[in-house]
Design a protein around this ligand. Sequence first.
Ligand code: GTP
Ligand code: MG
Length: 322
Amino acid sequence: MTDRGLAGVGIDELVERIVGGDRLVLARALTMIERGEQTARALLKLVLPHTGRAWTVGVTGPPGAGKSTLLEALITCLRRRERQVGVLSVDPSSPINQGALLGDRLRMGRHYLDEGVFIRSMASRGMVGGLAPMALQSALLLDAAGFNDILIETMGVGQSEIAIARQADAVVLVLMPGAGDSIQLLKCGVMEIPDVIVVNKADHILAKRLLADVRSTLESVQRDQVPAVVQTVASTGDGIEQLATALAEHRDRLEHDGLELRRAQRLREAVVDAAAALVAEHVKASAAGDPEVHELLAAATDRRLDPGAAAARIAARELGRK
Ligand SMILES: Nc1nc2c(ncn2[C@@H]2O[C@H](COP(=O)(O)OP(=O)(O)OP(=O)(O)O)[C@@H](O)[C@H]2O)c(=O)[nH]1
Ligand SMILES: [Mg+2]
């Protein structure tokens, strides 16, 4: 079906088709979200009552750690358990990287013809409000479309990647041996975030060393629930069953106690973050063309006004404007 084929279709029918499992309409609706189309908002409103059933897993980690390879193996494992799987592959830090996206498509190509798997890549296109709310909205659509598991891969471990992964019910951090990135992460407090830590490329000579580093770092982390640590060789599938089991255990624990609370807390955070991002974008956009803001900036650069006071006045001005 082409976009034109959908032009005359009412929003109620679009929702019906998405909920009914129509993949082409789902893909089109995801594009509407990506483009920030008005229809997307109306669609999401109608879709909301059909959401809340899916289990979401955020997968993050430094570039090249093996996240996509791991996801491909995990999809196979989940399909064996007869779960319908939706995958969102999100790249917040770079513009559309055809190479990487194509690579991911090829890697996950094994699942291309499987009706029970839906894979979608999203790259940053300077969209308003950032990728995190868009990922959240996209996940809602996949949820409404009936996927049992929604896997969200973010590339890299910057702030926005972590914000996206954190929105999920389970957060998996994938590390690999011998990479400065992975070691650096152990030092910078990112260990507060994952529910499961994967030491991938366990076939690597330095894997034991990384495992020891992870374990010793975890000893110093104050958390109610210490994350599970799993070793994998994503490229052969070794350890994937253990990863699936660790995820299932995390899920059982949460479903038994705290899932709704965690979802509510994280959703509140996500909404506040998204609102803050919108305000920030708004301030930046209007600062460019506003003579009073120019005057405040000139006052700051001429040392007539301290930078903090200038910022506070610009913010107050924008907030007052509504
Ligand atoms: N030896 C070995 N290689 C692996 C393993 N897992 C993945 N690889 C290889 O590592 C490379 C990177 O894997 P990807 O799955 O693309 O890694 P990624 O984390 O998705 O990378 P980005 O999406 O670019 O951040 C590929 O060449 C994989 O074949 C593993 O367990 N052992
Ligand atoms: Mg990848």
